[in-house]
Write a protein that binds this ligand. Structure first.
Ligand SMILES: [Zn+2]
Length: 267
């Protein structure tokens, strides 16, 4: 699923001057970043009956004018992972829409001086009329890497998962470092080994809450696995039959693991 481009069904645009009419496409989020779907689990085509905080035009999805709106509501909405299970294409578009929603909610006031911001006429940008600061949507680059050693894959237990389980090494890019630096640093910090043959594979927008995941493969070079016991509680090398899968292909992590398994074949 992650091979699919959002632009297969979407044409990017942005405006706050265009207002929706019945039949348009509406991505309506509540304050918990959950998406409203009607009783047929479809996007609604009207904002009637909703108490709307804001509504922004974001282009055309499936050839329909498309909007992001935010409402206050106690109704039952669908979280993004539920949306993925219902409809992969819809999820892909919702990952864009929710980031627009988050950006607008988070920058109504300038983070630098506190003045109410103004929406730019052309770009998705909120400007501060007082200090001149521009506020763009925030995207946090992060790396994830599948490290192999012969026919084995390195996986680690991260303490921050709700239900602690084995996963690939991943982490955020720090200011001032390259993406490649980030991979080598994270691997050394989390499991104490050095890697070689680092290769970029592909990326994925990961709106939990606002990452851009950059996926890599690498090979073990040297060192003994040593975990910090804090962020990583355990790490080990797994043969393909020993890897536990979690039944969803929503993430680039699953894609990287699948690539590893496919590369081993039936050996
Ligand atoms: Zn300001």
């Amino acid at each position: 699923m992650i091979e699919k481009s959002i632009y297969e069904n979407y044409r990017i645009d942005f405006s706050d001057d265009i207002t929706p009419t019945t039949g348009d496409c509406l991505f309506i989020f509540n304050e918990n970043r959950e998406l409203y779907l009607d009783s047929n689990k479809q996007l609604p085509d009207s904002l009637e009956n909703f108490d709307v905080n804001f509504c922004l035009y974001i282009g055309e999805y499936n050839d329909k004018k498309t909007f992001v709106a935010n409402i206050k509501s106690d109704e039952e909405f669908f979280n993004l992972k539920e949306v993925y299970d219902l409809d992969h294409d819809l999820y892909l578009m919702a990952t864009k829409a929710v980031l627009v929603n988050d950006w607008y909610i988070s920058h109504r006031f300038c983070g630098r001086c506190g003045t109410p911001t103004l929406l730019d006429e052309k770009d998705m940008m909120l400007k501060c009329p007082n200090c001149g600061q521009n506020h763009y949507p925030r995207i946090a680059p992060a790396i994830i890497v599948a490290i192999r050693n012969g026919d084995k894959l390195l996986m680690a237990k991260h303490s921050y998962h709700d239900n602690i389980r084995y996963a690939l090494i991943a982490g955020f890019v720090e200011p001032g470092e390259s993406i490649e630096d980030a991979v080598h640093r994270e691997v050394l910090e989390e499991v104490g080994i050095k890697i070689k043959n680092l290769k970029y594979q592909r990326s994925q927008s990961w709106p939990f809450p606002n990452s851009l995941m950059l996926g890599f493969t690498a090979e073990y070079e040297s060192g003994q696995i040593k975990v910090d016991g804090d962020e990583i509680v355990k790490a080990a090398w797994f043969k393909k039959d020993e890897i536990i899968r979690y039944g969803t292909d929503i993430s680039i992590s699953d894609w990287l693991i699948q690539q590893f398994i496919d590369s081993i074949g039936n050996h």
